[in-house]
Design a protein around this ligand. Structure first.
Ligand code: NAD
Length: 364
């Protein structure tokens, strides 16, 4: 299992980023890639030395000489591609969100358990330099007990192509909450030490998207679904969550709002010994972290000089370490499942107009 022979499914931003990351891993090669765009298949061959290309991902997954598959498809295809790969004995790195729903994510985790293979989810933003610095500071006790957190990802005009798969409820499972919110939910739960979310009260809005406003106007060839002009998902979601440790979390995710945003995300944490804030503007990484405490009773602000961090490269490194580490049963996608169930609860709460209580399964 030391030599990794990888197949990548999906040739958009995610598929290309995974491919570049594998190229940095010793004793790993991207042997095959699958996707619908001929020009992208040619580009993967020319730029990344991918030998075999497929239009039909099932044909590629059926190969018995591959031992790793990256799933970088629209969200509705994460389940069938992941389960087929796991059942074929491959380890799988799946893009976020793990699935459109907790029920789908559960089936994927079960498939990993039954196949005795690794299922890892690409939560790349927790691998930022500021996140890793703050996580280490929290683990040293620097913030004390964290009792309140805010997490947001807000875009002023960032709907990823109105009429693309992203805006189809059937294909994406939801809008900015499942697309961007899952990243900052992951970042918050990671920093909080992975508490179980016990209740959720959420609201969703679709104010700009359905009127054709707020689009980033992407031109990716497969991003547009012919003849389908429906905007079926939210463009803003807000949620308030309680956790079993007592801490509460406020989450906001938007593709488009009239506000002072570019493409910005961040975290605010209040603890008994200190507070912290990560504020990322337009994917920047410098000067993003602030830590607040008292020095002899006087308010103090620290601005650590963070590095950029590893993003997908670090995700792939973790995935490969899990495969080569041998204890595959500890890496079956449970974090992705917990986040999927929380997002399910948010959509249910928004639909029903009331707080939703999650059962203990949200922890497991
Ligand atoms: N972690 C991150 O930072 C990040 C960033 C972008 C996207 N993503 C995730 O990655 C996934 C893909 O997003 P994207 O932006 O790369 O999308 P995209 O639309 O740019 O690319 C999707 C790819 O899937 C292929 N595809 C679609 N249907 C197919 C089929 N039936 N058979 C074979 N190939 C098929 C398309 O040909 C295309 O190459 C999504 O789940 C998204 O949430 C994650």
């Amino acid at each position: 299992m030391h030599h990794l022979r990888v197949g990548v499914i999906g040739l958009g931003f995610a598929g290309e980023t995974h491919t570049k990351a594998y190229l940095q891993v010793p004793d790993a090669e991207v042997v095959a890639a699958a996707g619908l765009e001929e020009d992208r298949l040619e580009l993967f061959k020319a730029n990344y030395g991918v030998r075999d290309t497929y239009r039909d991902w099932r044909e590629m997954v059926a190969r018995d000489d591959l031992n790793v598959i990256s799933v970088c498809l629209p969200n509705n295809l994460h389940l069938p591609a992941t389960v087929a790969a796991l059942e074929g004995g491959k380890h799988v790195l799946c893009e976020k969100p793990l699935a459109r729903s907790g029920e789908e994510a559960e089936r994927m985790v079960q498939a990993a358990i039954e196949a005795r293979r690794v299922l890892h989810v690409a939560f790349n933003h927790r691998q930022r330099g500021d996140m890793q610095t703050l996580k280490a500071y929290i683990d040293e006790g620097g913030l004390g007990r964290i009792y309140y957190a805010k997490a947001y990802w807000m875009r002023r005009q960032g709907i990823p192509g109105i009429t693309s798969w992203f805006t189809s409820k059937e294909m994406a499972g939801g809008g900015p909450l499942i697309d961007l919110g899952v990243h900052v939910l992951d970042m918050a739960l990671y920093l909080l030490g992975e508490p179980a979310v016990t209740t959720v009260s959420a609201t969703t809005y679709a104010e700009l998207g359905p009127r054709g406003r707020g689009s980033r106007k992407e031109t990716g060839s497969q991003k547009f679904l012919s003849g389908d002009t429906n905007y079926e998902v939210e463009d803003l979601a807000t949620a308030y969550m309680r956790t079993d440790g007592g801490a509460t979390l406020q989450l906001e995710a938007s593709w488009a709002v009239y506000g002072n945003w570019g493409d910005d995300y961040g975290i605010v944490l209040y603890g008994t010994e200190g507070g912290a804030e990560i504020a990322v503007k337009n994917y920047g990484w410098e000067d993003t972290l602030r830590i607040y405490n008292d020095v002899t009773g006087i308010p103090n602000v620290m601005a650590p000089r963070v590095t950029r961090g590893g993003y997908h490269q670090a995700v792939v490194r973790e995935f490969v370490e899990a495969i080569r580490g041998g204890d595959w049963s500890a890496h079956v996608g449970r974090e992705g499942l917990r986040r999927a169930r929380i997002i399910d609860a948010c959509y249910a709460s928004a639909l029903e107009g009331r707080e939703v209580v999650l059962d203990g399964a949200a922890k497991d």
